[in-house]
Ligand binder design. Structure first.
Ligand SMILES: [Zn+2]
Length: 118
């Protein structure tokens, strides 16, 4: 893959990770500052609880995405970025730019999705 494209993907990944990290940090401080004891009403408490569950689920998704981004950056450094994990073929550059965390070429991805549907 072209060095310029690689660099572009790496920048995009880094930027996305920074945004996620900032977001996760914000969520964390929101949770720490949660005035739990200031909600004596059980209804408010329940609402707060479900808010918190939602936040935790969100953070789980963010964490997984951050892990994916880290792997993608490692692949860039290891020189395997843009190589399909399943068939070892090259993944379309267009696809890598649009979604740099991609690990499979469109053919393998489509095959895997058809497998899931079945
Ligand atoms: Zn493939």
């Amino acid at each position: 893959m072209d060095t310029k494209v690689l660099e572009k993907c790496r920048e995009a990944l880094q930027r996305q990770m920074n945004e996620l990290m900032a977001e996760t940090g914000k969520t964390l401080s929101d949770m720490t500052l949660g005035p739990e004891d200031n909600f004596p009403d059980p209804t408010d408490r329940a609402a707060l609880e479900s808010d918190r569950n939602f936040t935790l689920r969100l953070r789980d998704r963010e964490r997984k995405l951050i892990a994916k981004i880290k792997e993608a950056i490692k692949r860039i450094e290891g020189g395997t970025f843009g190589t399909c994990e399943s068939c070892g073929g090259e993944i379309e550059e267009k696809r890598m730019i649009a979604r740099p965390v991609t690990t499979e070429c469109i053919d393998c991805k489509t095959a895997a999705e058809e497998e899931e549907v079945r």
